[in-house]
Design a protein around this ligand. Structure first.
Ligand code: TXA
Ligand code: MG
Length: 321
């Protein structure tokens, strides 16, 4: 293990140092409330290229630009519709990404050549402090995908980031520790380039919440947009993920705590609510690999809350082979 220096005490000094490293072109992995991100200066093509190399991600998959304040939005996006402003006011900082018409600042190396750009204000004190320090020294925004190798489970702890990326990071890159992510699944992505909001990836901000804020029906229509998280094989551990079947002896098992553990099965998580299910899911999938389990059986939660996002990710994880 060489590479990224690990900063577990995010003092004001450490965050200033991390912002300077970003400005100098280094990569900084940082906590957010959804999952950990791998950050780079969103205006620096060489740094952004390193994100793709470290993640082994195809170069045409667009990145989300993270900013700290609503007033930063106009720098990155043009012609922002009223309904998008309403969503931003209601749910930022928070687990929501808005896809908007890009400004000239959002270049092809961020947008994957599309005319839109993804923007998010994360709700995590360390992420917000890092973004603010970065802005103080002239930074415009931090491009950050989830801090995992392409196709893998997203990290929700700094240890998981190190496990995923340490061997690919360079001297000067940093991993900031901010505890376990509270939401645990990636942000809701909402396309705001059409007449009405359209959910591209479900998350903690639900369809019902979007409808109540925008007074509009969430469409399923529109041209096809490239979303790497919507590829079939994604969010997958090495273990085979099987949904809603009776586990065999020797399998890993993830289900709500109200469901008993069958004999001979390794219980990986027993969350008490759908929110807790989302919080612990990715660490539970990782632990299946740490225990060298061949199979992990998951009983999916029901409901139209964050369970929609959980079922979306599990479907992809289970389709990975
Ligand atoms: O919660 C999150 O969103 C985390 C944290 C770190 O903020 N980030 C994250 O990034 O999940 P990533 O790159 O792993 O997933 C972002 C998704 C990708 O599937 C990408 O294709 C999509 O957002 N995306 C980004 N910009 C887009 C755009 N202009 N149009 C359509 N999709 C876009
Ligand atoms: Mg990702």
């Amino acid at each position: 293990m060489t590479a990224g220096q690990f900063l577990s005490h995010c003092s004001a000094d450490a965050l200033r140092q991390a912002a300077q490293q970003l400005k100098a072109g280094a990569l900084v992995a940082f906590p957010t409330e959804t999952v950990y991100g791998l950050g780079a200066d969103a205006t620096n093509p060489d740094s952004v290229a390193r994100i793709y190399a470290v993640k082994n991600r195809p170069a045409d998959h667009p990145l989300i630009v993270h900013v700290s304040d609503l007033s930063d939005l106009a720098e990155w996006a043009d012609d922002i519709p009223e309904f998008a402003i309403a969503l931003a006011r209601e749910y930022w900082p928070g687990p929501m990404t808005l896809i908007l018409k890009r400004s000239s600042l959002a270049q092809n190396f961020i947008t994957g050549g599309q005319n839109s750009v993804g923007i998010r204000i994360p709700n995590h004190p360390i992420a917000l402090a890092l973004l603010e320090e970065f802005k103080k020294i002239g930074g415009k925004g931090v491009a950050a995908p989830s801090a995992n190798r392409f196709g893998h489970v997203s990290p929700t702890t700094s240890d998981a980031v190190a496990e995923e990326l340490n061997e690919f990071l360079a001297t000067g890159d940093l991993i900031l520790d901010g505890g376990a992510s509270q939401v645990g699944v990636e942000s809701t992505i909402i396309d705001c380039t059409g007449e009405a909001p359209r959910i591209l990836r479900p998350g903690a901000i639900t369809e019902a919440m979007i409808m109540s804020t925008t007074q509009s029906v969430v469409t399923q229509e529109g041209e096809k947009i490239r979303v790497s998280g919507s590829l079939e094989n994604h969010y997958a551990p090495a273990a085979q993920v099987l949904l809603n079947i009776e586990p065999h002896s020797g399998d890993g098992f993830i289900a709500l705590s109200s469901i008993a553990t069958p004999a001979g099965v390794t219980r990986l998580a027993a969350p008490k609510s759908n929110e807790e299910f989302a919080q612990v899911l990715y660490e539970a999938l990782r632990s299946a690999d740490h225990k060298n389990l061949a199979r992990v059986v998951v009983h999916e939660p029901t409901g139209e809350d964050i369970a929609v996002a959980i079922r979306d990710r599990l479907k992809r994880a289970s389709q990975s082979r």
